[in-house]
Design a protein. Structure first.
Length: 137
């Protein structure tokens, strides 16, 4: 048996703004909301929302952070998050979707320095966390 990721959680500075952004993004990617709580008495101590694929074998979780700062990938910790696309067309479709939603995005392109056929689009969430959508045949 291999090792898999069960869940991935990020803290955000503005829960409602990030919820709106990630709800639209994950709906577009075919994921759904699997849990949400706003109670300070829950196990997480505050607002949290979880998204996952229809198989529900892992979740991406967003929790309101208590320290309100912008993301900086040079700090110790997270650099970026990458999701797998099933084709170049899917990467291009996400790029068009993000443009229509006013997201800060970087033009999709090939990254031959990563591997042959590696094609990706990078974009920023509302806190400046870098997200990548990649097709790597």
């Amino acid at each position: 048996m291999g090792i898999f990721i069960d869940h991935f959680k990020i803290s955000v500075s503005d829960f409602e703004r990030s919820k709106k952004f990630y709800s639209a993004l994950f709906r577009f990617l075919g994921m759904e909301k699997v849990f949400e709580s706003r109670s300070k008495k829950n196990a997480w101590g505050g607002k949290i929302i979880m998204f996952g694929p229809k198989t529900k074998d892992w979740t991406f979780e967003i929790q309101e952070g208590s320290i309100k700062t912008k993301f900086n990938r040079a700090r110790t910790g997270l650099d970026h998050v990458a999701f797998t696309a099933t084709s170049r067309k899917k990467v291009d479709a996400l790029y068009s979707f993000l443009r229509s939603h006013g997201a800060k995005i970087f033009q999709p392109r090939e990254y031959p320095e990563y591997s042959k056929g590696y094609y990706a689009c990078f974009f920023l969430d509302p806190d400046g966390i870098i997200i990548e959508y990649v097709y790597a045949p």
